[in-house]
Every structure is written in C-alpha cells, then in structure tokens.
Design a protein around this ligand. Sequence first.
Ligand SMILES: Cc1cn([C@H]2C[C@H](O)[C@@H](COP(=O)(O)OP(=O)(O)OP(=O)(O)O)O2)c(=O)[nH]c1=O
Length: 210
Amino acid sequence: MSETGSNDTQSKAGPRLILASGSARRRALLTQIGYPPDEIHPADIDETPREDELPRLLAGRLAEEKAMVVADRYPGDVVVSGDTVVAAGRRILPKAETRDEAATCLSLLSGRSHRVYTGMACAGANREKIRTRIVETRVKVKTLSHTEIDLYLDSHQWSGKAGGYAIQGAFAAFIIQIVGSYSGVVGLPLYETANLLRDALGRAPAFPAD
Ligand SMILES: Cc1cn([C@H]2C[C@H](O)[C@@H](COP(=O)(O)OP(=O)(O)OP(=O)(O)O)O2)c(=O)[nH]c1=O
C-alpha cells in the first residue's frame, strides 16, 4: 500500500477507498464490513475543541476536517474518516496520554453513564459534498474500586484512547450497559458507514470469508 495518491485503476474499477485515519481499529472495522481501505493516509489536524464547543459538534467537525484535508490529496477517490469524542456531561474527556490523565478520566466515568459521540465523514469521488453522520452512544460504567482502577492503569490499554478506556478490551468487564452503536464507540459506526460507502463507491461490499 503506497501513499502516492495515484489512482490509475479508477476508471476500470471505480473509485478507490482512502481511510483518513491512523487508527488500526478503523481499518479493521472497514475490513469487517467488506470495505477494506485501498490506502491509509492519517490526517494531521489540530483536534483542540473550540471554546464551549459541544461534544457532538466537535466529533462531526473533526471527522469532516480529517476527510477534507486528505481528500485534497486523492482527487477522484472516496475518502472516509472518523472521530471519537467521550463526554461526561458537557465535559469533553481527553485522549489519555499519561497515567494521570487516564486516572482522572476513570474517576469521572466510575459509577455513572457517559456519552460517546463518533463522527464519520465521507467525501465522494466527485467532491460535490462531504456527507457526515454523528452517532451517540450512552455507556453505563460500574463503580470502580481502587484496585480495578490500578489494574486497568497497569494494563496501558487506555493509551491514546478518548476518555481513557477501550470498550474492545478489558474495560468491557466494567460496562453495565451500552445504548447506541458498539462499533461507534470503537471508532466507526458501521451501519451508517456501510450505507455511505455503498453510495459513494457504487459497489456492494466484499464480505471477508469466515
Ligand atoms: C472510547 C473508545 C475510544 N477508542 C479510541 C478510538 C480512537 O482511536 C481514539 C479516539 O481518537 P480519534 O481522534 O477519534 O482517532 P485516532 O487519533 O486514534 O486516529 P485518527 O485521528 O488518525 O483517525 O480512541 C477506542 O479504541 N475504544 C473506545 O472504547
């Protein structure tokens, strides 16, 4: 897989699919639904929330910016992107980069419900418009003991994750209920993504054989 942006095969096979994300999970999610990306090109954008920006709007705006930045490099191809934002009330939690940051996130999530907003954006091959979807999921977390928090922090599974946890890992044992989109929490809401990609690529998915 190259990052040259060449699209020689486009006229014969239709537009290629470019994933504007460095997230291995987003790549795996696309592959799971039969739309494996032809190329990966992470979008380097400033993800700082604007003052008083609502988490839902932030997720949509960042997904759209990621798609736009990368779309400029791949004329004639379809570009898809995502952005996941975790919010406890109106408070937007960071992507945890340090143990202290993760510990603060976990104490905010313990014993209550929070919301995860995932924006996904799809730039069609003709660039007429970028289509965006924002999916909200409510996640209810048990009251975490000090031991549970320490064990989780020791695992480092929080590193780089919005809200300091990953539902696809050990943290699942602490989740009482989710209402919304599981795949959205992991990184891309697959129902909405599949619909937009089917339209944009003009072809059925190629489901991987079991
Ligand atoms: C809440 C939660 C987040 N996450 C991850 C998904 C995202 O990778 C990350 C949120 O950061 P994002 O900015 O959405 O994505 P990213 O920085 O990993 O990649 P890119 O910007 O290149 O697309 O948190 C999980 O993997 N599981 C979870 O349960």
